[in-house]
Design a protein around this ligand. Structure first.
Ligand code: MRU
Length: 371
């Protein structure tokens, strides 16, 4: 997508062909700053500290983290150690494990001398594949937005609600939840997006609002608790969110608060769609509530909030009593029964084992738990 008039992906190689560059998402929306990653530890830090975030981009960054590690030491132990370091950065998004498994499968059979070059090539391919996947998700999701526009007799903009940031900043380009929105906008379908602020890190208010604004998409930031009210009053046509891990049953883990949106959507008969690329499906588990690990982050993300001060500087202020403990659960799981459909690169399917298998027939006959 464009920043100003300049097209950007969220991760790319610098001119020297070896340094990886990213957008530091902790500085948005106030500053657009790109950061070089030169080492494995740079890549691990970028994921851990959420300079990059969002399931597909975490996977892409991990792939490049392996390439950076292979440049320094391409031995078998170094490959294993690099994968272990990166795997330990964040627990919920399964794209991380998927990318590391993919990289290891590509590199392990090669002689050490060829691994660094092959790692860069495979990481680049993972990025290109993610762009193609997100574009396809956009095309399938566009049909849903178009149908909503036809259903309202083309009388008013389609009202979409989203939670967190499953936009181009969370992927390599396009986004998952936002790809259908961008395509609808580009196709001339009027769309308005209700953007949940997404406490505590405010990915909606900081990132989704910034990207939608950058692309000229009409949107309004709302507090997280406003969604139910808007749905009760018929002001939401459909929800589209992303997911960090989708169980083989169709249960979806996503940013904390997604479950409450799904409950309100079900109570009000509003379709609740989840957009996801294939690498977000964890075929090894059937029970998302029991088996998806939920990240717990630093309580400081709840007690303190960053922003721009009146003098223009970026600052962080404390918003809770100094003596009050806080807890920071980063994700929750929405059971498949509350999901109206999964928007994937292979089409839209029911959020169920059968639905997913109808699009991934090659997975049939493999018991959950076998990967
Ligand atoms: O903690 P984050 O910002 O990495 O969480 C991101 C989300 O929850 C996204 O909705 C999800 O990763 C899907 S991104 C296409």
């Amino acid at each position: 997508m464009n920043v100003g008039d300049v097209p950007y992906r969220t991760i790319w190689l610098a001119g020297n062909g070896e340094t990886v560059e990213i957008v530091d998402q902790t500085r948005l929306p106030h500053e657009f700053v790109t950061v070089p990653l030169d080492t494995l530890e740079d890549a691990a830090h970028a994921i851990r500290a959420m300079l990059v975030r969002g399931a597909p981009l975490i996977g892409a960054t991990a792939a490049y983290g392996i390439a950076l590690a292979m440049r320094d030491d391409a031995s078998d132990p170094a490959l294993e150690a690099a994968a272990a370091t990166l795997a330990a950065t964040r627990p919920t998004a399964v794209n991380l494990r998927w990318a590391l498994d993919d990289m290891k499968a590509h590199l392990a059979p090669l002689p050490a001398a060829g691994r660094a070059e092959a790692a860069y090539a495979r990481a680049a391919a993972i990025c290109d594949e993610d762009v193609a996947i997100c574009r396809a998700i956009g095309e399938h999701g566009l049909a849903l937005i178009r149908a909503a526009y036809e259903a309202n007799g083309r009388s008013r903009p389609v009202q979409v609600m989203t939670h967190c940031n499953a936009g181009w900043l969370a992927t390599v380009d396009w986004g998952t939840a936002t790809a259908p929105i961008y395509m609808a906008h580009d196709a001339g379908i009027p769309v308005h997006v209700w953007v949940d602020e997404t406490r505590p890190r405010n990915q909606g208010a900081f990132l989704t609002a910034w990207e939608l604004g950058g692309h000229g998409v009409d949107h309004t930031v709302i507090v997280d608790n406003a969604g139910g009210h808007l749905m009760q009053h018929g002001r939401v046509d459909l929800l589209i969110t992303g997911t960090d891990r989708t169980a083989a049953s169709g249960d979806v883990a996503n940013k904390i608060g997604t479950y409450l949106k799904a409950l309100a959507a079900a109570d009000n008969g509003v379709p609740f769609y989840v957009a996801l690329p294939g690498p977000t499906i964890d075929w090894t588990i059937m029970d998302g509530l029991r088996d998806i690990p939920i990240e717990e982050r630093d309580p400081a993300e709840v007690t303190d909030i960053p922003g721009r001060a009146p003098d223009g500087s970026l600052t962080t202020v404390r918003i809770t009593p100094a003596s009050s403990p806080a807890a920071n659960f980063a994700f929750d799981v929405t059971p498949a029964r509350l999901v109206s459909g999964l928007i994937t690169e292979r089409g839209v399917c029911a959020a169920s084992a059968d639905g997913l298998l109808s699009l991934w027939p090659e997975r049939r006959g493999r018991a959950a738990g076998t990967g």
